[in-house]
Design a protein around this ligand. Structure first.
Ligand SMILES: Nc1ncnc2c1ncn2[C@@H]1O[C@H](COP(=O)(O)OP(=O)(O)OP(=O)(O)O)[C@@H](O)[C@H]1O
Length: 854
């Protein structure tokens, strides 16, 4: 197949009946289509993009799908004796853009590229599958979001136990875990938000990729429907296969060193995942870091509901990043740092030592302003080393990637210098740069030109002096070019035609151009090649000889440059682990430097992390609301929780009352966010804080109908409350907003009362319970570890002023009727509501009744 075989798309041609490879008579297909169908048979569940000249074409059923999904014209092409087959194509240079769209829509895409030069091919150009792209196996820069990891996960479930492995093949991260309770698996998947999840199955739809929302009977119920699932064969996930895949990959004799030898389900998930990665990467080698085994309970557990309610990565109202905690905290200077901060926020620590070493680093950077500023300045010059390394080791990096990588590597010694005197752990980690990485940077700089072209097969990459053969060939080509340049001058002199020119075009190559008026003066060795309106074009045997030499030499030159480049790229790939180890240190330092900057500018303090259950915050603020209000407008509030022998006066449970919109929800969230920030090692928005480490944070905030599962507001609320009561411990922090609102007043109040009592007496978790049921204030008089707080307002004759101050005591009214008046309810309705309330208050015996319960 040559370039001339490229079929132009033929719009307006109706699609032929041949839109299904399974129904077509293959013997009547032309050779290229036969090959296409063979490849398609091997990848029935993916879309096959098949290189034909300057296009990636799709045929048959894939053409129909691609045309529909990308809104391209569906056309057709002659496929041999069978007649026409459906076709849709995209220009080869734009394949990434189109493939990204397909992968984002949840399709797997197989790239079948030409692997030999079309001009050198004898017969059909050789084509091979070079890449299989699925949502979880992307490496291309344009397909990935720089600020977040792209996780591929694999799950293996055995009754109530499960193994989960996940990897980001663009950065090399690879982890596995095992646990019981399928609810925890769901939660872990929700934390990771993987782009693709591998599930081993025996089902008939094996090999297919279920797009988000698609269902299959082979999918276990505990797997949330919002992800993409790849249904895979059981074999690579079997204990024996998975074990041997891992042993081979990491060149170890036993899995002990990887920490998972006693976790069969974790091993099976990791082995199956690895096999899939190798299967999809075809041409390239993906370098995953050594597998790490982790335990879910080693981290602060924040369930999906709480993550949502605390708006950690996106807001509840419109799902945007702007307005989330991550948005407020992200002051990082590198993409690696930005990804690391997200990971930290989604997996805060339990271990006080780990927290303190992060705090120490922030503290050093807070105190040393020049160091902090220089560090930020230098970090900004470091590109995404993790992903650049990933592309280098998988063979997808171009020369610009390697130059960017070398530029970044060469900043590392400067970084080491800058932190040479530093004392804190995360800065010390930057003090040593392995000499091999410095040498690698120098080598790349010495080999590649400063601004290499995008394409790596068209020369112009390698500096002179790198390879004698290359220099020799360059010199020959240059001499030939010079000969051609001289030719114009020489021939003008020889022929006496002053306007004679030497030109070049792709079709004829080099030629001598003379105006038609002078055509009678051409020497006899000129051979006429083309006649234009005002011009005749000639060639000479010597010119053609030089041309052939130049073109061959140029091709050789490009090939040699490419070979030198590939060798260099492989050398980078060999250092992937060392580069990534250092990248992780850079990412961590970047996160901490950003948090230090924030601490300085927003006036955050270092929380004192203690071992008990104490939670003391003096003048705490909400880190996001504070940033969205003008400076000084946010009203700080203190919190004291955690009853123990040493802190006998502190309550475990606070009943928080106050009018609508006074700031109850904001206060609840503020406490949760401060605790969470403290457990990622950050400083916190407060004057001072003493915080015991929490094992879990639970929230129940707001009331939203879960339309997707058809549950009512009240049922959602009850499910969430049940989850809290069943899982909270005395080390948990529980934040409840308006329990029992979605049902009849007495039912709601009774449930709220019983829940509060259970939390305070049985679980003894630290709890803030915001409510409009003022009757709950009675609890404080009955239980020693319950206290009442209220958010205060100032009442004027015709308006309420929100003071947003949390103070001891219970509010005795809700101002709900005032809020209704302000919202514009008719005066008669307001008047009547006041009358009704007066009557109810007079006759209500709820509180009295409750006191008499015991
Ligand atoms: N401490 C504060 N300082 C300044 N403004 C605040 C403070 N707390 C809350 N606000 C402002 O008040 C608004 C209402 O707060 P919030 O939603 O927390 O009220 P609420 O008491 O939970 O109301 P409702 O009972 O109706 O849910 C917030 O949007 C915020 O802008």
């Amino acid at each position: 197949m040559t370039a001339s075989d490229i079929q132009p798309t033929e719009p307006n041609t109706p699609p032929t009946p041949h839109a299904d490879t399974r129904l077509v008579d293959r013997t009547k297909l032309s050779k290229m289509y036969q090959h296409y169908v063979e490849v398609k048979d091997k990848h029935p569940h993916a879309l096959l993009l098949y290189r034909v000249g300057d296009f990636f074409e799709t045929f048959f059923q894939d053409a129909v799908t691609v045309a529909r999904e990308l809104e391209l014209v569906l056309t057709s092409k002659h496929g041999g004796e069978v007649g026409r087959v459906a076709m849709t194509g995209v220009p080869h240079h734009a394949w990434e853009r189109y493939t990204t769209q397909l992968v984002e829509k949840g399709y797997a895409v197989v790239i079948c590229d030409q692997v030999e030069d079309a001009s050198e091919a004898v017969g059909l150009v050789r084509r091979e599958v070079t890449r299989i792209l699925t949502p979880g196996t992307l490496l291309e820069e344009g397909m990935l979001k720089s600020s977040r990891n792209n996780y591929l996960a694999a799950v293996v479930i055995a009754v109530n136990h499960w193994g989960l492995a996940y990897a980001d093949i663009s950065t090399g991260e690879f982890l596995t875990t095992q646990d019981s309770d399928l609810e925890r698996l769901t939660q872990e998947l929700m934390r990771l938000q993987p782009s693709e999840v591998l599930v081993p199955t025996n089902a008939p739809d094996l090999g297919s990729l279920l797009r988000p929302g698609e269902t299959s009977p082979s999918l276990p119920e505990c797997l949330p429907p919002s992800f993409c699932y790849s249904l895979r064969s059981q074999l690579p996930f079997s204990q024996a296969e998975a074990r041997s895949t891992l042993l081979q990959k990491f060149k170890v004799r036993s899995l002990e060193g990887l920490g998972c030898d006693h976790l069969p389900l974790a091993v099976r998930a990791a082995g199956g995942l690895l096999e899939y990665v190798e299967d999809t990467q075809k041409a390239g080698q993906v370098s995953l870091q050594r597998l790490r085994t982790y335990t879910i309970t080693d981290y602060l557990i924040v369930d999906n509901q709480t993550r949502r309610n605390l708006e950690i990565t996106q807001t509840v109202r419109d799902g945007t990043f702007h307005g989330s905690l991550l948005w407020a905290l992200d002051n990082t200077s590198t993409a690696m740092g930005s990804r690391a901060l997200r990971r930290w926020l989604l997996q805060p620590l339990l271990d006080t030592k780990g927290i303190r070493s992060r705090q120490d680093t922030i503290q050093e950077l807070v105190q040393n302003t020049p160091l902090r500023q220089d560090l930020r300045h230098l970090l900004r010059q470091i590109y995404d080393l993790e992903r650049l390394t990933g592309r280098a080791s998988s063979g997808t990096a171009n020369a610009r990637d390697l130059v960017a990588l070398a530029d970044s590597l060469s900043r590392l010694p400067e970084l080491a210098n800058l932190v040479a005197e530093a004392n804190s752990p995360f800065l010390k980690a930057l003090q040593k740069v392995p000499p091999i990485l410095e040498e690698l940077a120098q080598k790349i700089h010495a080999h590649l030109v400063e601004s290499p072209p995008l394409h790596i097969k068209e020369g112009g990459l390698i500096r002179p002096g790198v390879n004698p053969l290359l220099d020799e060939r360059k010199a020959t080509v240059e001499a030939d070019h010079q000969w051609i340049a001289n030719l114009e001058v020489d021939e003008r002199a020889r022929t006496g035609i002053p306007l004679l020119k030497v030109g070049f075009n792709e079709t004829f190559g080099y030629y001598i151009s003379i105006s038609r008026a002078k055509a009678d003066q051409v020497p006899p060795n000129y051979i006429r090649k083309q006649t234009l309106k005002n011009e005749e074009r000639y060639i000479t045997p010597e010119l053609k000889e030089r041309e052939a030499r130049i073109l061959t030499a140029r091709d050789d030159l490009h090939k040699l440059e490419y070979e030198i480049f590939v060798t260099l790229r492989e050398e980078v790939g060999e250092q992937a682990e060392a580069i990534r180890n250092l990248s992780r240190a850079v990412a961590a330092a970047d996160v901490l430097c950003g948090l230090a900057e924030l601490a300085v500018h927003q006036g955050y303090c270092r929380p004192e992390m203690v071992n008990g259950r104490e939670l003391k915050i003096v003048d705490g603020r909400h880190p996001v609301v504070e940033q969205s209000l003008p400076a000084g407008f946010f009203v700080p509030n203190s919190t004291e929780l955690g009853n123990s022998e040493e802190t006998a006066s502190l309550p475990d449970l606070v009943i928080l009352t106050g009018p609508n919109a006074s700031g109850k929800s904001c206060y609840l969230r503020q406490v949760g966010l401060i605790q969470l920030m403290a457990q990622i090692g950050s400083f916190v928005p407060a004057k001072s804080a003493r915080l015991g480490v929490c094992d879990r944070i639970f929230t129940r905030v707001g009331a939203v109908d879960d339309l997707a599962t058809g549950q009512s507001t009240f049922m959602v609320e009850m499910n969430e409350t049940a989850n809290i009561l069943n899982h909270a411990t005395s080390r948990s922090l529980v934040l409840l907003d308006e329990i029992g609102r979605g049902t009849a007043t007495f039912d709601g109040l009774s449930i709220a009362w019983a829940v509060a009592e259970y939390l305070a007496m049985e679980i003894r978790s630290r709890t803030i319970f915001a409510t409009h049921y003022h009757e709950l204030n009675e609890l404080a008089g009955m239980l020693p570890n319950v206290a009442n707080y209220q958010v205060t307002v100032k009442e004027l004759p015709d308006q309420i002023i929100f003071l947003h101050q949390v103070q001891p005591g219970g509010a005795d009214k809700s101002y709900g009727i005032e809020a209704g008046r302000l919202a514009g309810l008719p005066a008669v309705v307001i008047q009547r509501a006041k009358q009704v309330m007066g009557q109810i208050e007079k006759h209500s015996k709820i509180a009295i009744g409750l006191q008499n319960l015991d």
